[in-house]
Design a protein around this ligand. Sequence first.
Ligand SMILES: [Zn+2]
Length: 403
Amino acid sequence: MAAEQYMAIARKWRPQAFDDVVGQKHITRTLTNAIASGRIHHAFLFIGSRGIGKTTTARILAKALNCTNAEGDAPTVSPCGECDNCVSIAAGNNIDVIEIDGASNNKVEDVREIRENVGMVPSSSRYKVYIIDEVHQLSTSAFNALLKTLEEPPAHAIFVLATTEAHKIPATIISRCQRYDFRRVAINEIVSLLKNILAKERLTATDEALYAIARIAEGGVRDAESILDELITYCDREITFQDVFDVLGLVAWQSFHDLCDAMLTSNVARQLEIIEEVVAAGKDLSQFAEDILRYFRNLLVCRTADSSEILLRLPEAEIEAMNTRAKKFTVVKLIKLVEQFAELVNGFDSQIAQRTALETLLIRVSRVDAEISLDTVMEKLLLLGKGGIAAAGDEAAPPPNPR
Ligand SMILES: [Zn+2]
């Protein structure tokens, strides 16, 4: 290994101040307000999916509480980042900031050890901060022991409990904590974060590549950063849209066009061939199914939305190729396809399945008059036969602007 060890992006550019935390303004603002007003709760519950900044925020909070360069020897909203406490907390080896992995320290003895130590005053800080990650993994007896500590915490003790699964935490614990819900980060915010990192690293990537990374990361900052890491190692020039596919081992974009064309011509043999190619190349089929869903979602966007460039963030040539194909489908057919693939993918509980379900519902609602499905036509004909068309006609006006 080289003398200068390569440091992962996520570690190297880990936010060191509340303002640097991406996509969690609602949380950092509340925390800084609490610190500024001196109303610091002794137990925090940080909830949210993995890799979106819970532990990072907990460490910044610990620095804010214990920075020794703070004015008036009190907690500060802007820790200096330079004093011994700030430096060691950032490095994860401060004696008064104890990080515990709830998954591997989930027994009652582990919590008892915390209880015994929590009474001792901090050695070089104002507060002893216990950050318990994956706290939902604690056993019932461990939770009971923790509850006792939370009921009568020493004045110098602060607990930050972090979890991806809040529903597994006893209500008695939750009621003792101030609750903070971390959000998945918006695509635009992830893209600008990645742009900032690349600028600091003196590297470049196309916008389409960054949007592709952000979409694949589905709101996870850490995932986006580690994908960027892989790409930086792979590319010695500007990172492109195609690079993202190559590095992540995703099925080539062209395969989706091919599959789409085969579906348009009802060429089943070709469709099965494409599946065979994907399997033979060792690609993940569930990922492939998600990507098909994303592809048809994009076709639906092309077919129904005028400003599709902004919604798709794909290279121009790709948008053109998709527009051509989109025109060959009816909106109803595309909605159906998206719904069917979403249902297939839904078993994986993915963001893309939820999003497309919502989008197709909205499109269906707003376009229902533009393209009447065969079922509705049949229904109308039946009603006509019974002389009841007037009542049904009220809600189904003729299409104002059919496409
Ligand atoms: Zn400091």
